[in-house]
Each structure stands twice: as C-alpha cells, then as structure tokens.
Design a protein around this ligand. Structure first.
Ligand code: GEK
Ligand code: PPY
Length: 246
C-alpha cells in the first residue's frame, strides 16, 4: 500500500480509537492545513479574498492582527498581496503546536513586513492601532459569554476606518434549513475524501468545543460591541464571513 501523504488528515479515521474532545494538539497541527481545506467549504476563497480586502483597508503605520492564526495562512495571504508600506503583522494563537509550525510559512511575508507571533490567549492580547483584525474560524472556540468582551476590545483597538473580518461556522433558526445545510456540509466533506466514520467522529469531537451561532446572533453582538455596520461578504453552506466597520 502506498504511504499516506505525511500531512493528510486521518485524525478521525481509526474506528477503534476513543473520540476525545477536539484540541489543537500536535496531531491536529501536523495535518491542519489539509483538515481545514477539506472541512470548510470556501476556505481557500476566504483566504484569497482576504488578501484583496487587506490591500484595500491596510493603512501605513498600522498593525494587522490575525487572532487564531494557526499555521499563518491568513497572514501569508494578506502579506502576499499587500503593497502598503510600514504595516506590521501580529499573529496570535494559544496552541504552541500551531505556532511552532507557523513561522516557516511566513518567510515570504517577512521579506516585506515585520511579523510578530504571540503564543497567548487572544482574550489577553492588547489590540492597538489596527487597520485590520482577522478573526477567522476562531470566535466559535471562545466561550459564548466571553465573545462580546473580545469583540468590544477589537472595535476599540481599530484605528478610524479599520475593519474586522469575522469568519465562522453558522447555525440556522429554521430546523429544516439547519438539517439541510448540515447535510450539504457533510456531502462536501465526503466529496473531499472523508469517510462517514471520519465525519461522525469529528462531529462528536467538536460538539460543545466549536459552538456556532446564527447570523442574527453575530450581527446583534457586532452591533452591541459598537461596530457601526457589518455585512456578510461570503457564505458557503454553513460557513459565513462578515466584514464589520468601526
Ligand atoms: N482563546 C484562544 N486564544 C488563542 N488562540 C485560540 C484560542 N482558541 C482557539 N485558538 C486557536 O484558534 C485556531 C482556530 S482555527 C483558525 C484558522 C485560521 N484562522 C486560518 O484561517 O487558517 C479554526 C478551526 O480549527 O476551525 C486554532 O489554531 C486554535 O489554537
Ligand atoms: O470539520 C468540521 O466539521 C468543521 O466544522 C470545521 C473544522 C475545521 C477544522 C477544525 C475544526 C473544525
């Protein structure tokens, strides 16, 4: 049998393994790029359009934060397309396994811009003088009752004209739509080579760890956090990305 690709996600492929709560450990970090690309419909599009958004909103003399930066894909995408001078990137993640593997992915960006990587809880990160804050698929891991405080601090840390890009897995109020969109998401995962077992085991692992909310709940919170306006700029099945303006 051929060797599996070194970084192919097979975390939930073993039928005998006990399914533990999902964690961003070494095993996940090793395969994370493959995992997120095959699990989140529109992930590649989100990242490449994030680069276009960054080029539009980045201002000289400001910072660009990527909160929950994982392997640095967001910073790499924003940095690759950015011609604005004097912009510095701040990537934050509390998984050492992720951050250990992040810096090597940023070699190209670091030729043009400074990049600071912080291994810490994003709830503790001071946000200052930001033209852009990216919070991609990470708010969903923060306890629900702590999300407003984080978004409020982000809004306070944005410079005038600054923006938040918030990407999340989303829920639907209508049970039939919720069921259908979940099925379509699982169909997507199957089309990406995941087995029914892998889909079921991952679903169990992320239960109560990844806690999605409805579009209305997100928009109400963005407004409560003091953002002047927001709009969904991309949605693929049960994943959506919001652009929120200070
Ligand atoms: N409290 C926290 N503080 C810091 N980091 C955290 C916290 N909670 C979770 N994380 C980190 O947030 C990241 C979420 S993944 C983001 C993908 C990336 N944005 C991407 O566009 O590739 C999304 C996903 O796995 O669905 C992981 O690296 C966690 O360690
Ligand atoms: O895989 C899933 O079902 C998801 O909801 C997305 C995801 C992607 C990467 C880590 C955790 C969850």
């Amino acid at each position: 049998m051929p060797e599996p690709k070194a970084n192919k996600d097979q975390v939930y492929a073993d039928p005998r393994a006990q399914v533990a709560a999902f964690a961003f450990d070494e095993r996940v970090a090793d395969v994370f790029d493959d995992m997120i690309r095959r699990s989140v419909p529109g992930y590649g599009m989100t990242l490449s359009l994030l680069g276009i958004i960054a080029q539009h909103y980045a201002k000289p003399g400001t910072r660009i934060y990527d909160l929950g930066c994982s392997l640095g894909a967001g910073i790499a995408s924003m940095g690759a397309q950015l011609t604005t001078p004097d912009v510095s990137f701040v990537g934050v993640d509390n998984s050492a396994a992720m951050l250990d593997r992040c810096r090597p992915n940023l070699a190209t960006v670091e030729k043009q811009h400074t990049v600071e990587l912080l291994c810490q809880d994003i709830q503790k990160t001071p946000i200052e003088n930001a033209s852009i804050v990216a919070l991609n698929f990470t708010l969903q891991f923060i306890p629900k009752d702590e999300r407003l405080e984080l978004l409020t601090r982000i809004r306070e840390g944005l410079a005038p004209g600054g923006i938040l890009v918030l990407s999340e897995k989303i829920l639907f109020d209508d049970p039939q739509i919720q069921a259908d969109l979940t099925t379509l998401h699982h169909d997507f995962k199957r089309s990406q080579g995941y087995s029914d077992l892998e889909i079921a085991q991952k679903r169990a692992a992320i239960e109560n760890v990844l806690v999605p909310e409805t579009i209305d709940a997100h928009e109400a919170r963005l407004s409560a956090a003091g953002f002047a306006r927001d709009e969904i700029w991309l949605q693929c099945f049960n994943f959506a990305s919001f652009l929120a303006f200070k």
